[in-house]
Design a protein around this ligand. Sequence first.
Ligand code: NAD
Length: 478
Amino acid sequence: MSYPELKMLIAGEWVFGSTGKNEPVICPADGSEIGQVPHASPADLDRALDSSRDGFNNWRAMTPLSRQAILEKAAGLLEDRFEVNSANLTREMGKPLAEAKVEMQVAIDLLRWYGEEGKRIYGRIIPSRFPGMQHEARKVPVGPALAFVAWNFPATNVMRKVAGALAAGCSITIKPSEETPATAIAIGVALVDAGLPAGVLNIVFGVPSDVSEHLLSSTIPRKLSFTGSVPVGIHLQQLAAKNMIRCTMELGGHSPVMVFKDADIEAAAQLCAMGKFRNAGQVCISPTRFFVEAAVHDEFLAAFKKHVEAVNPGNGLDASTSMGPLVAERRIDIMDGFVSDAVAKGAELLVGGGRIQSPGSFYQATLLGNVPETARIMTEEPFGPIAPTISFHSLDEVIERANSLPFGLAAYAFTNSPKTVRILKSEIESGMLAINSLHVHSVETPFGGLKFSGYGYEGGIEGLDAFLATKYSSEIYN
Ligand code: NAD
């Protein structure tokens, strides 16, 4: 079982590209180089764009049933290659193999679900106010799509975009993260092997800003879907605006967790620890600000601490590992910065707080108590295994604090009060809210943010709609 040779998919061919330039792919568990990812030249990108235009014209002319048959076959191939692909995901990204397998399964489920849902793209007939006239609104694929995605979910970040676009009848050119290329390539290989026509999917790599600037300066793409940070999202929207390319923006978050005194405290603490350290906290919907009602603060913290101490960091391929490394060395200093800033401002360091070993970019599962809201970690997305906690006294107060940031992606609450739940559903400014769980995404439910966390949705019928346009026509019939 070895890490594959990395190539780009351009116009139906697997190629190294014409720059002759590569960059190393580093295994975050031991710092070793496991592959070389090629970079596309401007000419390679132009070929991808031209082929995505031609691929779109072929693909949209096919029936939804024939498209679904290809997506279904690719899902089956991904199932056949499940073990190898999951292990490679762990090698390049670091997350424990069990998490990689869950992610690969969700990616397969996404492909199946969207393939099926693509058969149900309905329009509507609108009764006219004029006699003898008929109004029709039909949904059509929006055109060749572009996608750029982050490294933290190498399979599902890619598949949410690829499956939605293909099921809608769009072609798509994607630049996955150069840090996690093999998983995206494995998805491409399955689709090509399943009979996807040339140009319907292109996979390119390179210097991210160069690639996006080149692709977005073309008038061929009609849609951009991006998963990544807020600043890059804003920059890409500005580039897309010049060619009136419509966007979906899945950006960063800083999710509040509100633990009320009427909750099951032990259950909440256990779930919070599981959710916080999943993927070493490198999850856009990771619980990141823990507000605990004063009356149960000490009880919750004691229970939470026990679970944080039980986290077992290590190589993701080792079965006993419950948390892998950070994706890259560059994230270690960022974590240290958050911890030292919080402690300098009065927070208590209760568990962890430093790197573990080198080589490998491991950071301890970290718990901070009494973190003042002036600490950077309370306003900047940590994207790592640090849990800052603080107490609150009233519902109004915690809602105000939860809503105080520009982000609005996910929020979580633990309570057994129906009244509190009703108020939170109405007042919390986030695209997703989970009560007594940390579950905010399924294949069939809409996933997306408010405020600076972006706009547009993936998942559910909304994720298909993201790749559709509505065409209206009227007709006088005699
Ligand atoms: P980032 O924005 O720097 O990079 C994200 C991806 O975009 C990477 O693959 C990178 O190569 C690429 N990229 C960077 N600059 C680019 C450019 N100019 N043009 C094109 N592509 C470019 O973010 P990051 O720090 O690597 O990833 C973590 C961020 O992503 C966090 O803020 C996280 O919350 C966010 N994220 C959001 C979601 C979501 O669905 N809302 C999911 C995962 C990650």
